[in-house]
Design a protein around this ligand. Structure first.
Ligand code: ZN
Length: 285
């Protein structure tokens, strides 16, 4: 066990397809991310027991993705949080929407395009449309880990600090560049495409707006939204970034997890490799 503690998430994920190393790697990933998973699940479900059951299912489902090679270029924590969102939506589609937290249910209902559209489709569409999530996925494993460690710090980081370090300036720059590429590629309006480079520069330098860009932003919600998300990346505002990346928290409210102070955190759970959620354990920190 002591050997795997030193490994990164991606190194642990690389061990998962190997039967001889799987149990130790799986346990370590559950130990690191148990608290974040339970916190997120409690933002999705009304009842604590349902949240705990979902966490166990989500860890198993995420493990399956990595064991079977279906999660390439994805960080463990990103896949885990996505699996939690989908599990909650699946429960609602199976006729149990009342088990969801009121806020998550309202979020789903607000985005449902048609009355009979499955909630799982709503979640998929939201993830596919989230440029921040896609931009992080486009980073190299090392750079992506910096971002995820800042926004959802694993147990080892939580133990030593009350706040998590922001990614390096170069990582933030690469993330912003990736975001702009995705943004500009998907723009149907020619004028918006023409201004994409200006928006990128504006977010990076915070200089006075040009007359052309200022005028455009007053009437284009798409470009205004892109500028504000790019500014979040450059200034590194974790609370707002989590909100924009569908990373929800029970402790700090639905939309954002906020800065995690040790004093405000509940007992940390350990989701064991045998499928047990042990809330009395403390070694996760
Ligand atoms: Zn525009």
């Amino acid at each position: 066990m002591s050997r795997v503690i030193c490994l990164t998430d991606s190194e642990l994920c690389a061990l998962l397809p190997k039967a001889s190393a799987r149990q130790a790697a799986d346990y370590e990933l559950r130990r690191r991310h148990g608290w974040t998973a339970l916190d997120s699940a409690q933002s999705l479900y009304r009842d604590r027991n349902d949240a705990e059951k979902a966490v166990l299912k989500a860890f198993d489902r995420t493990l399956g993705h990595f064991v079977n090679g279906g999660a390439t270029n994805t960080a463990w924590i990103a896949r885990l949080l996505s699996d939690l969102r989908h599990l909650a939506a699946e429960d609602a589609d199976r006729g149990k929407p009342d088990g969801l937290s009121p806020r998550f249910r309202a979020w789903l209902d607000q985005r449902q395009q048609a009355h009979d559209q499955p909630y799982t489709r709503v979640v998929t569409d939201a993830e596919d449309g989230c440029l921040l999530l896609r931009a992080v996925q486009g980073l190299s494993g090392f750079r992506a880990a910096e971002v995820w460690n800042s926004l959802t710090p694993p147990a080892a980081i939580n133990a030593a600090t009350t706040t998590s370090p922001a990614p390096a300036a170069r990582t933030r720059e690469l993330l912003a560049n990736g975001y702009v590429r995705l943004y500009a590629t998907g723009l149907p309006d020619r004028h918006c495409r023409h201004l994409a480079a200006q928006i990128a520069d504006q977010a990076a330098r915070s200089e006075p707006l040009s007359a052309e860009l200022g005028s455009h932003l007053t009437r284009c919600d798409t470009c205004s939204h892109a500028l504000s998300e790019l500014q979040l990346i450059h200034c590194w505002e974790p609370e707002d970034l989590r909100d924009s990346m569908l990373i929800w928290s029970h402790v700090s409210g639905h939309g954002s997890t906020g800065v995690r102070h040790q004093s405000s955190r509940p007992p940390a759970p350990v989701v064991t490799a045998t499928g047990r959620l042990d809330n009395e354990s403390r070694d996760v920190r």
